[in-house]
Design a protein. Structure first.
Length: 483
């Protein structure tokens, strides 16, 4: 570095307190700034704050084997607490802009597949076991080794697939795309709007939000995603006060009657570590834990790689910084989610919204985690952002992550076909895990038919075999008489 550059750097040096933060989180080193990290933290929170509403709805609507239901207020508190604590721990320990909260999909497995077989305490105990086993895989180095064994083009395909997946989530959450009812007797699974056409004020808010977001991005406006979320929330609140809106979905953009609420920690610690083994067969318990681990394992893998790639944090070999710590914290989050009765907590792909705002370090997590902590007391205020105002951010980030598709060598079928399947299966099956599994199996198969099986890392052989079992879990259960 030249002397002139050194002088310039010193002239722009932050205050001592800020400088220590900068050094600890390596903010300047990663090309970021405190304002960008703060904006990123806010953007991530607003794009995933829906979990404070959705997780209690999913878990609270189900009954366990004995007909018991979990209290929605207690579930909201547990969800916010786990998200706050684990997101901050990830920020400090992993130094990645990667927020954590109760995992969608995993909570549905707990609510509708596991709880009917046992008590809620037993079901949450299985989640704790799953998290501890994942931590064990990390400590032994197996989880990290699997991630390093994946060819770089497949990692890029995972990022692209996740981009399409979260864009699709945005369209669906906003109501721009909806499932056609089975009674329609049509081969087309989804449609525009709720009836084949767009209608209603909420959809208008989403459409305007998308246009505003892409316009701000095209103009390279700093804080584009966050500006869009805040602006469209205000617009939605005005519309809700003036127009007759039938439903905004999960969150109504109306100023709450009560801004501050008292958190209820009644569900914390309500789990039985081995109680499930007394409620159903050992084989059933093992298969349930296997399903949870496989889903959590590869959802996290895809999310960590995707977010890190979008943030430009992967090294020349495509490796994630501090990967061991990141994976260990993620495993601990799963156990913490079970211990708090909030279901398994995992890394959130919506963190890419914060990356889109410029977040590159774990400092953004302090902001996101702090907002989740505030949500313990200010849930009525912090959950007024409707999905229609937050979803445009997911669409925009989907585009940003899609740009990595150019790095895949599409003229080489041995990698292009697995990459395509990875990209396509994620949004089409609404699952990161399914996409990764399809890509792995196809990659191994093609290497075999080309007579180049020796090029496949032994860990890919093992994970591909597990994915085959994962995809064939239903006939396996039938053959083993588990049902």
């Amino acid at each position: 570095m030249s002397e002139a550059q050194k002088v310039d750097d010193r002239s722009r040096a932050p205050e001592p307190g800020v400088s220590s933060l900068d050094r600890f989180f390596r903010i300047s080193e990663r090309g970021s700034t405190l304002p960008r990290e703060i904006r990123g933290g806010f953007a991530t929170f607003f794009t995933m704050a829906y979990i404070l509403v959705l997780n209690p709805i999913i878990l609270g609507s189900a009954k366990d084997k004995f007909g018991h239901q979990l209290d929605p207020v207690q579930l909201t508190t547990a969800t916010a607490l786990v998200a706050a604590v684990m997101t901050v721990i990830m920020g400090v320990g992993g130094n990645l802009p990667l927020a954590l909260a109760a995992g969608l999909g995993l909570n549905a497995v707990v609510a509708f597949q596991i709880a009917p077989l046992m008590s809620w305490d037993d079901a949450m105990g299985l989640i704790v076991l799953e998290g501890l086993l994942i931590c064990g895989l990390v400590v032994t180095g197996l989880r990290e080794a699997v991630m390093h064994a994946i060819p770089q083009p497949l990692k890029q395909a995972i990022s692209v697939g996740i981009g399409l997946f979260i864009a699709f989530i945005g369209f669906v959450d906003a109501g721009f795309v909806s499932r056609i009812p089975d009674a329609a007797n049509t081969t087309v699974p989804v449609q525009l709007g709720g009836t084949g056409s767009l209608g209603g004020w909420p959809i208008l808010v989403f459409c305007v939000g998308v246009l505003l977001t892409i316009a701000l991005l095209a103009r390279k406006v700093k804080g584009a995603i966050l500006i869009s979320i805040v602006t469209m929330t205000i617009v939605a609140m005005i519309i809700d006060s003036l127009a007759d809106v039938k439903s905004w979905g999960l969150t109504t953009p109306a100023w709450p009657d009560q801004v501050v609420d008292t958190p209820d920690f009644g569900l914390l610690g309500h789990f039985s570590l081995f109680g499930a083994f007394g409620e159903t067969t050992v084989l059933t318990v093992v298969l349930l834990i296997f399903t949870l681990i496989l889903s959590d394992f590869f959802d996290t893998m895809g999310t960590v790689v995707g977010v890190s790639a979008e943030a430009g944090l992967l090294d020349e070999q495509g490796k994630v910084p501090n990967l061991g710590r990141v994976l260990l914290i993620d495993g601990a989050a799963a156990a913490a989610g079970g211990a708090a009765s909030a279901s398994s907590a995992t890394s959130y792909i919506e963190s890419a919204a914060g990356v889109g705002e410029g977040a590159r370090t774990g400092f953004a997590n302090l902001v996101t985690g702090g907002l989740f902590a505030l949500a313990l007391f200010l849930t009525p205020l912090l959950t007024i952002v409707p999905l229609q105002a937050a979803a445009p951010a997911l669409v925009a980030v989907g585009f940003l992550m899609m740009t990595q598709v150019k790095n895949i060598e599409w003229d080489k079928y041995e990698i292009a076909i697995p990459a395509f399947l990875t990209i396509a299966v994620m949004p089409f099956t609404y699952s990161i895990t399914n996409g990764i599994g399809a890509g792995f199996v196809a990659y191994v198969l093609i290497k075999i038919v080309l007579g180049r099986a020796k090029e496949v890392h032994w860990l890919l052989w093992g994970t591909s075999a597990l994915f085959l079992a994962y995809f064939a879990i239903d006939p396996i259960e039938q053959l083993l008489g588990v049902r």
